[in-house]
Design a protein around this ligand. Structure first.
Ligand code: SF4
Length: 243
């Protein structure tokens, strides 16, 4: 049996040159490999955005009881929680967990300030997203993310398999070659459910205070942290590539 690819043992991306000329642009191959390779030691951290619906559908085809974690900051739109309920109904055997931060909103307000996201969004993201994901990944070798290369300049160098310095794990990104149009074409072809806010000009949906409606744009990340020089919550800012 091949040695398991881990953060500590990661020299080459085995999928650099795979043929991506299929319906999923390589995503299905990568997901199948990842779940066979890591078994129960891989977690999908899903934000339940549009990309998330694709990954959930593909993952359910290879591992029916896959562990999927939603970082529940307590600040999400009701539409997002409704979507999670619909996904649970459609894929009843998936193991979907809502992971909460250590601090409630009230405790955070007491220890910091009532609307920390307006004064220090990095600290707020650290408490409500990064730390909880650290806890989830402490028991895993690899995690799955829906990053796509076209989403932003900081995501352009993402590979299928990445050495994630932030969480000291392997980060598997099956959708790197997908465009926004690919996402919606797959969604339509497979009649997937999705967050209805996408139909009201919310291309990227996160916490309520940090998500805004956009006029019209081709940028699928537009509308996040609009008043700050911030484009990422910090979950994806420290990848490194094999030498
Ligand atoms: S996205 Fe905004 S509200 Fe959500 S955790 Fe980050 S700063 Fe806080």
């Amino acid at each position: 049996m091949a040695e398991v690819l881990t953060y500590e043992r990661f020299d080459t991306d085995p999928f650099k040159d795979i043929d991506i000329d299929d319906e999923t642009k390589g995503a299905y191959q990568i997901i199948k490999w990842a779940y066979e390779h890591y078994g129960d030691s891989i977690v999908y951290s899903c934000s339940f955005g549009a990309e998330g619906m694709i990954l959930i559908d593909l993952i359910s085809k290879v591992k029916k009881d896959a562990k999927i974690v939603f970082l529940d900051t307590d600040l999400h739109f009701q539409e997002t929680y409704d979507l999670i309920d619909r996904v649970k109904e459609r894929y009843p055997s998936l193991n979907i967990e809502l992971k909460k931060p250590d601090l409630t909103l009230e405790q955070q307000a007491d220890q910091y300030e009532p609307a920390l996201w307006t004064s220090d969004p990095n600290q707020c993201c650290y408490i409500r997203k990064i730390k909880p994901l650290e806890e989830v990944l402490s028991g895993a070798t690899a995690w799955v993310s829906g990053l796509r290369r076209e989403q932003s300049p900081s995501r352009q160098n993402t590979d299928f398999i990445n050495k994630d310095e932030r969480f000291k794990a392997i980060k598997v990104c099956p959708l790197i070659y997908w465009t926004w149009d690919d996402v919606w074409a797959y969604m339509e072809r497979h009649d997937l459910t999705y967050n209805e806010l996408h139909d009201s000009n919310y291309p990227s949906i996160g916490c309520i205070p940090c998500t805004s409606q956009v006029s019209s744009s081709g940028d699928s990340r537009e509308g996040r942290w609009t008043n700050f020089n911030k484009t990422e919550c910090g979950l994806h800012t420290a990848n490194s590539k094999p030498k």
